[in-house]
Ligand binder design. Structure first.
Ligand code: HGY
Ligand code: MN
Ligand code: MN
Length: 417
């Protein structure tokens, strides 16, 4: 046991790639992407496949009440808190093979490699996947890890509904993943998440590993503009209460605010519902999402104030009813220095090119960082594209990131003496 030179062990990149391609078959789309929405039948199939692989690798599986799953490899010292890695396996409707899935299967590959080499760690190792990271079908975003970290209550999460009116509580129990464990009552010694960058910086710089120093803060809002449905023909322009025309002003301002707070300012409107959505009816109501992000609290707070002020001014000027409700929020999140160093040391050990990176995307690691030292490993994705069915990554980059994950985990878990 442990007679292997742990400095040199490396993962099996082909096995990692094959497991990614196998999981990607669940919810595969014609354009080569994956649509596996949180708590759908496909999510259940993905969960069953991954937990089946975990059990086959000798892991013991526990699930908590919001459906977060933990797959545990015993360490020599069971009283030590586990070193946890993972990510999510739910995807966007036009998602890719790698977003989230990579971090979970890289964790599984770490376990399979330790098994192959007969290595026993001092602390236990766990591979986790978190419920509804994407926040696409159900809001808030990063739901499972957020409940785990106490950012919002289990009841709040259970009550969340999708556009068809189905609730998280009902859907989670329908797929059979309401576990016994109280969310958060699960020790975490440290947490690492491997993820594709989902942006162009690493590829542009020709680097293999992104040593993630932190994550942008995020504010999500639901904005509803209420006017009056009327006939598109007889209604003079000056007498309309056109909800869509007013909504578009707020949508434009969302983007304008992001441009006013560079370089990390982000403003996006991705979800729009127009009622009654008929070509010859002046829209009576429009509901849309607003996603604002930035790298520090000052800028994010300023962006929040500006969008709220603009909504208030627009309501006054237009006379239409406008509501704006914050539905997700987390502040900018720096990662713990020791974990950041463990990641860069792992990259150095293999001689991988690397650079510091700030994550524009939110990740479950943001909530884990509230509970324990946490860090992330980025690898490039093709043309920096993600949340798109054409999302792609190179096997050698995915393998490199997994090697760094392996050594960062060993750095924290220690080898059994
Ligand atoms: O929205 C995000 O940043 C993540 O993909 N859920
Ligand atoms: Mn993700
Ligand atoms: Mn995503």
């Amino acid at each position: 046991m442990n007679d292997v030179d742990s400095e040199r062990i490396a993962v099996n990149g082909q096995r990692l790639w094959d497991s990614l391609m196998e999981l990607a078959k669940i919810g595969a789309t014609p354009k080569g992407g994956v649509c596996r929405l949180a708590l759908s039948d496909l999510d259940k199939q993905g969960r069953d496949l991954v937990t089946g692989w975990g059990k086959a690798a000798g892991l013991s599986v526990t699930t908590d009440k919001i459906g977060n799953v933990f797959m545990r490899r015993a360490g020599k010292n069971p009283s030590l808190p586990p070193i946890v890695c993972g990510s999510h396996i739910d995807t966007q409707p036009t998602g890719g093979k790698f977003d989230g899935n990579y971090g979970v299967l890289a964790g599984l590959e770490v376990v399979r490699t330790l098994n192959d080499k007969g290595i026993q760690t001092d602390a236990p190792i766990e591979v986790a996947f978190w419920t509804n990271e994407e926040g696409s079908r159900f809001v808030p975003v990063m739901m499972g890890s957020g409940v785990f970290a106490g950012a919002f209550t289990l009841e709040h999460a259970y009550a969340a509904k999708d556009v068809a009116g189905k609730s998280v509580g009902d859907e989670l129990s329908r797929i059979g993943y309401v576990g016994d464990e109280e969310p958060g009552k699960h020790p975490i010694g440290a947490y690492f998440e491997a993820h594709i960058e989902q942006g162009p910086v690493l590829e542009d710089a020709g680097k293999t590993i992104g040593v993630v120093t932190g994550v942008l803060g995020l504010c999500w809002y639901d904005c509803v503009v209420t006017g009056m449905e009327a006939h598109a023909g007889p209604t003079p322009m000056a007498l309309r209460k056109d909800a869509l025309q007013i909504a578009t002003k707020i949508m434009q301002e969302t983007v304008a605010i992001a441009h006013r707070y560079p370089p990390y300012g982000r403003g996006t409107v991705g979800f729009v519902q127009c009622f009654p959505n008929s070509r010859n009816v002046i829209p009576g109501q429009v509901k849309f999402s607003i996603d604002l992000r930035n790298v520090d609290n000052e800028r994010l707070d300023a962006m929040d104030k500006e969008i709220r002020a603009f909504v208030e001014k627009t309501a006054k000027e237009s006379g239409l009813g406008i509501t704006i409700e914050q539905v997700s929020y987390f502040p900018p999140c720096p990662f713990e220095k020791g974990c950041v160093e463990a990641v860069s040391n792992g990259a150095k050990r293999f001689g991988y090119s690397m650079m510091d990176a700030v994550s524009g995307a939110g990740h479950d690691a943001v909530y884990m960082a509230r509970l324990a030292p946490a860090g992330m490993i980025f690898v490039p994705c093709k043309d920096g594209i993600s949340h798109n069915e054409i999302e792609d990554a190179k096997p050698e980059h995915l393998e490199a990131g997994c090697n760094v994950l392996l050594h960062a985990m060993l750095d924290r878990a220690g080898l059994a003496k």
